[in-house]
Ligand binder design. Structure first.
Ligand code: BTN
Length: 272
């Protein structure tokens, strides 16, 4: 294990790890701006596949559209993994689906409750967001040089600790009643699940990821209002394409395949 200069505490992650590659090289920080930012930097310098960057606290954690991701000390898991898949740009959202579903399965094994996935990158518990996944890739032409898979999981926050703006939409394992989560044990479990699923998907295809996604989807068959490139679309979610696109049936019957967007309402409920 490689420890960063920010590392000061004992950490038992290596003794819990059952992986071959993921997390075998790791950088641990007490505080960092963003584990994704650091992982992108070391990936450019040649860090190997499976390298883990994790932190007790992030001062500038971010999610999709550079939205601030609140990452208080010891309240969650904030980490990033470097991947080097041979994927073309059009298939990159598969990594998001992989990250979301493998993380879901690992958390489900610990809390013994099924989670839901909200397209494109959220994990929900009791209809509230408990985790988010952010994939950032470095490209050469239309090939992926490397990708950073960033995962944030809310674990120990009490409901009152969430800011009033997000309280109705965010949750943590603790505020959902799971009070004694061993964060490093959960991290080791996620890394094991991810490693298994990642290498399996590179050998076969991603269809098993898509079926896991479909069985957990919070919006399949529902009417949604979605913002796509500044326009608002309404329609019913027909399904998800193998490359991560959401398939929407529009009111006049036509279909739209959406690669990126923000869901604003589900079944007329803005606070779904
Ligand atoms: C989202 O919901 O939009 C994705 C949130 C991803 C947050 C994680 S926390 C670890 C990693 N470092 C970051 O700055 N972001 C990701």
């Amino acid at each position: 294990m490689i420890y960063s200069s920010g590392y000061t505490k004992e950490d038992n992650l290596q003794t819990l790890l059952q992986t071959r590659v993921f997390g075998r090289t790791a950088y641990k920080f007490n505080e960092i701006d963003s584990t994704n930012r650091f992982a992108k930097k070391i990936a450019l310098q040649g860090a190997e596949e499976g390298t883990l960057v994790y932190a007790e606290k992030q001062s500038q954690g971010y999610g999709r559209r550079k939205r601030h991701w609140h990452s208080p000390s010891e309240k969650g898991l904030w980490f990033s993994i470097i991947l080097k898949p041979h994927l073309e740009i059009g298939s990159l959202s598969l990594l998001t689906q992989l990250g979301v579903t493998s993380t879901a399965i690992a958390i489900e094994q610990v809390i013994e409750t099924k989670l839901q996935v909200k397209w494109p990158n959220d994990l929900l518990l009791n209809h509230k967001k408990v985790a988010g996944i952010l994939v950032e890739a470095a490209l050469s032409g239309n090939k992926t040089l490397h990708a950073v898979l960033g995962i944030g999981i809310n674990i120990n926050q009490e409901e009152a600790e969430f800011s009033p703006e997000i309280r109705s939409q965010a949750t943590s394992l603790r505020s959902a009643g799971y009070k004694h989560i061993d964060r490093n044990a959960l991290l080791a479990q996620i890394l094991l699940q991810l490693e298994k699923d990642y290498f399996k998907s590179l050998k076969q295809d991603f269809s098993f990821v898509l079926s896991r996604w479909i069985t957990r989807s919070s919006i399949l068959g529902k009417d949604i209002r979605i913002k796509v490139n500044g326009s608002i679309l309404n329609g019913r979610v027909k399904g998800f394409h193998g490359n991560g696109e959401l398939v929407l049936v529009l009111p006049h019957g036509g279909e739209e395949r959406i690669t990126d967007g923000t869901i604003l309402e589900v079944n007329n409920d803005p606070g779904y």
